[in-house]
Each structure stands twice: as C-alpha cells, then as structure tokens.
Design a protein around this ligand. Structure first.
Ligand SMILES: Cc1cc2nc3c(=O)[nH]c(=O)nc-3n(C[C@H](O)[C@H](O)[C@H](O)COP(=O)(O)O)c2cc1C
Length: 166
C-alpha cells in the first residue's frame, strides 16, 4: 500500500489475534512516535510500554471504554511530562505510531483515560504528568466493518472554502 492508502484505510480495532507484534515492528512504532515534532521541540511525550498483565489491568480500569485493552498484544501509554499540556504533541505521536503500525498490518485503537490520577498513579509517573492517550496494537481478529468512507461525515460537511457559510 502507498502512504495515502495506508492512511485512509486505517480503522480502529479492538479485537486482536493472539499473535505477538514482532520486536522490530514494536521498535519502529516507538521510533515513529519519538520522531513526531512537538511545540518548540519541547518533546513532552514519554512512552510507557505495558507488559505486565497486572499493570495492564490496573491501567485499563482508569478508562471508561478500555476493557479490551489488556488483551492487546502491544500496549503503549503516551504520557506528557513537565507540566505542559501537550495533548496535540501526544496526538501527533499517536498517529505516527498507528500509521507506522498499519503499514505493517498491525491494527490499533486509541484509548482515553478518564481518571487521570488513576493513570498517573498506576504508571508511577511524576505528579504533574498526564496520560492524554494510550494505544492497543495487534493483528486484527476480524475484518473492518465498514469501508473507510462509510464511517465519516460527508465531504461537504468536513471541507469548507473561505468561510463556514458560502
Ligand atoms: C482521542 C480519542 C479517544 C478515544 N478513546 C477511546 C476509548 O477510550 N475507547 C475506545 O474503545 N475507543 C476510543 N477511541 C476510538 C474511537 O472510538 C474511534 O477513533 C472512532 O470510533 C473512529 O473509528 P474508525 O476509525 O474505526 O471509524 C478514541 C479515539 C480518539 C481519537
């Protein structure tokens, strides 16, 4: 697939085969996140790879829609440190990681941690840190439900020229 096809066919996936993500692919995923730009090159993101099943369970309990996360073969929490907000930087890192993964047929889904204090405590992060997003990665257990276009609002809703109203 070329880059454009990789980007537009990426769908979020929460059910994975019981098949590990190879070490080299994991490294590329993390490297893609590391190389994402950040505001003023402040580099506020840190990636915590969750391997211990107990830590995964405790972490998943910090989100309202994260019950599937502990079963993902590769789980990465994206933390921001240093008291910066860093949500946009975390988003850039997250998308870099997910697109790099999908280029190697590794599917993924982002996860919100609704209880931030819980996430910070479980990961033993510094107190001023936040966890804007975590990602579960793995090989897709079943095909995507919809064609990529089907799940999005129409082009004219998304794209405006000059002003909101013509
Ligand atoms: C910021 C953000 C937070 C999300 N949080 C969750 C979550 O907590 N649990 C979950 O299962 N999916 C989560 N998702 C995945 C969305 O539900 C998904 O991106 C959306 O339904 C579109 O999916 P699609 O690309 O497969 O169409 C999140 C997505 C984003 C961008």
């Amino acid at each position: 697939m070329d880059t454009y096809r990789i980007i537009i066919t990426k769908r979020d996936t929460r059910a994975f085969l019981d098949r590990p993500v190879p070490v080299e692919t994991r490294r590329r995923i993390l490297q893609a996140g590391r190389m994402a730009g950040s505001s003023k090159n402040s580099q506020p993101c840190r990636f915590v790879v969750l391997e211990d099943p107990r830590v995964r369970e405790e972490f998943a309990a910090c989100g309202d829609f994260a019950a599937w996360l502990p079963q993902a073969p590769f789980v990465v929490a994206i933390a921001v440190v240093g008291g910066t907000r860093g949500e946009f930087d975390a988003g850039r890192a997250a998308q870099n990681m997910m697109i790099t993964a999908w280029a190697e047929k590794v599917a993924s889904c982002p996860v919100s941690l609704h209880r931030q204090e819980c996430a910070v405590e479980v990961l033993r992060l510094p107190p001023d840190a936040r966890v804007p997003i975590a990602i579960g990665f793995g090989y897709r257990a079943k095909p995507a439900k919809h064609a990529p276009e089907a799940a999005r609002l129409g082009w004219d809703e998304y794209v405006r020229i000059n002003r909101w109203q013509p």
